[in-house]
Design a protein around this ligand. Sequence first.
Ligand SMILES: [Zn+2]
Length: 381
Amino acid sequence: MLFSEVIGQEELKRKLTHAAREGRVSHAQLFLGAEGSGNLALALAYAQYAMCENPSEADACGACSACAKMHKLAHPDLHFAFPVNSSKASERNPVSDMFLDPWRQTLQQNPYLTEPAWYESIKLDNKQGNISTHEADAIMRKLSLKAFEGKFKMLLMWLPERMNATAANKLLKLIEEPPAQTLFLLVAQNAGQMLKTILSRTQLVSVPPVRSDALAAMLAREFTLSPSEAGTLAHLANGSVVEARRMAGQGDEKRDYFEQFATLMRLSYASRAENIILLMQQAEKIAAQGREWQKNFLLYSQRMVRENFALNQQVREAVYLAGEEADFSAKFSAFINPDNIFRLYEALNLALQHLGQNGNAKIIFTDLVLKLVKLIVPLKK
Ligand SMILES: [Zn+2]
């Protein structure tokens, strides 16, 4: 991982490379930042920078043999520890090394890894991972060896908050007085869940949320979005690369839902007799979609109704709308008020419920659109 591949965080990159060049490298550092901040990506880039044979002022060279190994996350002096668990009761005492292949693969695909996504990729089902005393023993063993080829031996531990107290206590002394040329890089999201004794022995590298201009540039690169759409999503993502990508990835489907929703609502509030026929045709169109689409469309509609009610009641902080949704809602919110919100919500809920019971989609959606016509009435002049 190169610093140039890390999204945003320019100031922190400068600080880290500067400190490394000056040789002011603390032997135990804690990269602390929220999910999606890029704390793991930064720690990986930092590790590569420290190992690189020919780094420039701003980044590792990306071409030397150390960089090649770091790129594959397979440098013999870079060790990893991360939360694991076994999916079968038969596999006892799981440690990180047993999961190195999926770890490298998952991380190379996406260094903005989240804890749930990691557990999913090692098929833990609903179990949580942990960093056990067996892991602590393995770490002590590995770090007692001499560096194979690098300038440093490193241990990158992801989510030290998943380490139990016994394991943490085993590692305390090692973190406090590590063998020569040994670096600990701890990458955490929640300092409150870590042992104070570990915290006090590390130097804090505080990773802030990613600035929205950097998020917008990333979204514009990775998705087909207009600059203004990218800007709005980046703003809504609260400094998280993960959240920004998630929202942008839903873009295409969401546009479908939005268009369908807007069509139904426009036909409903105009409330002319000929619109009823058009509404029934829309109901048939929706009924021809797959179940999953129908379900998501109803959930989307509930969200829009909720947000429009918030807008109607001028609860500004509750409103979470972007782009065309916001444009549409500026006028449409006048139609969602205390007189109809309960029955609207109920109508959508009932449709969801009937869908879940495998009801006939054509009947469900015809019923729904007829209710909409009754509930969404033209505004009094
Ligand atoms: Zn290099």
